[in-house]
Design a protein around this ligand. Structure first.
Ligand code: HEC
Length: 116
């Protein structure tokens, strides 16, 4: 019965999009929260976004340049990432952010990913 199959496909598609929509909305909210964490943690003391902040180490386009996993690695293990990527930027990124609440780190990653 092709009809039943179509109905089932539609039902599955509807269920999937119902699941996806809130997560998309949440990604937007996370990015917004991440922006607040970014400011509160004074990341702008060494980075700039849209011309605002420190003179070098721009994060413009970092969401296009790096994967979410690499962004997270920079936040929680910056020394290892600097060694791995032979980063020459100054001053070196401190590794105190690994101690932030997991939700704050997730939000920071979402914010960085939104910078495209
Ligand atoms: C004391 C200075 C300093 C602070 C504070 C700092 N960073 Fe960094 N960060 C750096 C430097 C230097 C690099 C390496 C840049 C390079 O040489 O490419 C870097 C690299 C990064 C990268 C990778 C950028 C790229 O283009 O590969 C990300 C993402 C990042 N930082 C995010 C953050 C976030 C988020 C915060 C705040 C929670 C933060 N940083 C705080 C100095 C800092």
């Amino acid at each position: 019965m092709p009809n039943r199959l179509t109905k089932r496909t539609l039902a599955v598609a509807a269920a999937v999009s119902a699941l996806m929509l809130p997560s998309l909305a949440m990604a937007g909210q996370d990015a917004k929260r991440g922006q607040q964490v970014y400011t509160a943690q004074k990341c702008q003391g060494c980075h700039n976004i849209g011309g605002k902040g420190y003179k070098t180490n721009t994060l413009d386009g970092v969401g296009k340049k790096l994967s979410a996993a690499d962004i997270r690695a920079w936040i929680v293990t910056p020394k290892a990432m600097a060694t791995k990527t032979k980063a020459t930027g100054k001053p070196p990124m401190p590794d105190r952010y690994a101690k932030l609440p997991a939700a704050d780190i997730d939000a920071l990653v979402a914010y960085m990913q939104s910078l495209k």
